[in-house]
Design a protein around this ligand. Structure first.
Ligand code: PGA
Length: 251
C-alpha cells in the first residue's frame, strides 16, 4: 500500500450477469464499506441499472470494461466513452488482457481509448501484464514497461488514472506470482510512473489483479505499491468481494 493513497477494490464482472443477478450483486456490495473505495464493473447491458441502484451509495462506484476510441460514429456494436459517462459510469477498464487477446488490441489502441475516456472525465484503469512464456523468458518487466509506455497518454496522471498489473497466466487460474515478484513488478511500475509523470506518478494507484481471493488478499494488499486489487471471479460472490475489501482496510 502506498502511504496516503486510498485503496481501490475493483470488481470486473466480465461477461457475467443478467439483470436480476446483477442488481442483487450490486445491492449486496453496497452493504459493504470500510476504508477502501469499491468499484463494480458490470457488462454494458447492466451499467445503467446498476448505476441507478447505487445512486446515493457513496462507497461504491460504477465502471465499464471497455470503450471505443471515438466519441460517436459508424462503429457497429461498440460503445463510446460519452455513452458510458451518460449511463452513470465513473471508471473504465482498458486494455484488459482478454481484450488484447480476443480483440487484438495493442498498446496504440489502448492509448487512444484511454484518451477518449479521459476526455469525458472517466477514470481509466489501464491493464498491463506479461504472458507465462514472457515471464519464463525473463522478459516480464520489459514487457510491462513497454505496455506502460505505449498505453498511457500524457495527462494520465492528472486524470487520476489507475494502472492494473495483471499477469496473464494468473487470471482465472488460481495461480499468483510470489510476493517478491509482485513487489518487484509494482516497484518497476512505480518507477516508470514517476519517471514519466513526476511527483504525481508517486500517488497513482497500482492495482494487482489475477486470482485475488479472500485467502490471499491480505498479504498481497499489504505489499509496497499495491494500492488495491482488480478482482474477476471473486467479484461475483458478494461475501468474497467484501472480504477482499475488508483485507484492504485492515492493512
Ligand atoms: P480473476 O480475474 O480474479 O478471475 O483471476 C482478474 C481479472 O481478469 O481482472
Amino acid at each position: 500500500m502506498t502511504p496516503g493513497v486510498r485503496p481501490l477494490i475493483a470488481g470486473n464482472w466480465k461477461m457475467h450477469g443478467l439483470r436480476a443477478d446483477g442488481l442483487a450483486l450490486a445491492r449486496a456490495v453496497a452493504k459493504g464499506g470500510g476504508g477502501a473505495e469499491l468499484l463494480v464493473c458490470p457488462p454494458f447491458t447492466l451499467l445503467r441499472e446498476v448505476a441507478t441502484a447505487l445512486e446515493g451509495c457513496a462507497a461504491v462506484a460504477v465502471g465499464a470494461q471497455d470503450c471505443h476510441a471515438a466519441a460517436k460514429g459508424a462503429h457497429t456494436g461498440d460503445v463510446s466513452a460519452p455513452m458510458l459517462r451518460d449511463a452513470g459510469a465513473r471508471f473504465v477498464i482498458l486494455g484488459h488482457s482478454e481484450r488484447r487477446a480476443d480483440h487484438g488490441e495493442g498498446d496504440a489502441a489502448v492509448l487512444a481509448k484511454t484518451e477518449a475516456a479521459m476526455a469525458v472525465g472517466l477514470v481509466p484503469i489501464v491493464c498491463v501484464g506479461e504472458s507465462e512464456a514472457e515471464r519464463l523468458a525473463g522478459e516480464a518487466e520489459a514487457v510491462v514497461t513497454r505496455q506502460l509506455d505505449g498505453s498511457l497518454p500524457e495527462g494520465f496522471a492528472a486524470s487520476g488514472g489507475v494502472v492494473a498489473y495483471e499477469p496473464v497466466w494468473a487470471i482465472g487460474t488460481g495461480r499468483t506470482p510470489t510476493e517478491a515478484d509482485i513487489t518487484a513488478m509494482h516497484a518497476a511500475i512505480r518507477a516508470r510512473l514517476v519517471a514519466r509523470f513526476g511527483e504525481a506518478g508517486a500517488k497513482l494507484r497500482i492495482l494487482y489483479g489475477g486470482s485475488v481471493k479472500p485467502a490471499n488478499a491480505a498479504p498481497i494488499l499489504a505489499l509496497e505499491n499495491v494500492d488495491g486489487a482488480l478482482v474477476g471471479g471473486a467479484s461475483l460472490v458478494p461475501a468474497d468481494f467484501l472480504a477482499i475489501a475488508a483485507a484492504a482496510k485492515a492493512t
